[in-house]
Write a new protein. Structure first.
Length: 143
């Protein structure tokens, strides 16, 4: 019975790290580490390699979510500032973007048996007519 290895080689780990460092594309990483396509394809069929690769993907996604969350308040504030723009089209687009933003609670999952209260219920999407009326009211208020 063949003994199965428990760790990836230093070369495999280096290839994975370079793939996610952002500096090189896949082919350039393989050339840098002198790994031919056939060997790389075998690695991609190896559960241990794929598991490490998937962990890097999950980590990268988590980092992007944190980065977006970090700058969301700044982006929202800038969007609100744009509603006061002297350019009507810019202000209109900013208002439409604000109206169409998903609620902060839209990703909150309700646990089985938990009732949604008025505070946790998701707002319904505005119709185009309602959005138009809201924009018209904002424009009248601005005048």
């Amino acid at each position: 019975m063949a003994k199965r290895r428990k760790k990836l080689s230093k070369k495999q780990l280096a290839v994975i790290d370079d793939l996610f460092s952002g500096g090189l594309d896949e082919q350039a990483v393989l050339e840098k580490h002198k790994v031919n396509r056939n060997i790389y394809n075998r690695w991609l069929a190896d559960g241990l390699f794929v598991s490490e690769f998937d962990n890097k993907i999950i980590s990268a996604h988590r980092q992007s979510v944190v980065l977006i969350a970090k700058y969301a308040p700044l982006a929202a504030a800038k969007l609100v500032q744009l509603t006061e723009s002297e350019k009507e089209e810019t202000a209109r687009k900013a208002c439409m973007d604000i109206i169409s933003l998903p609620a902060l609670h839209d990703k909150r999952k309700v646990q089985p048996g938990e009732l949604q209260t008025t505070e946790t219920q998701l707002p319904q999407q505005l119709t185009e007519q309602a959005a138009g009326r809201l924009l018209a009211a904002l424009a009248d208020e601005k005048k």
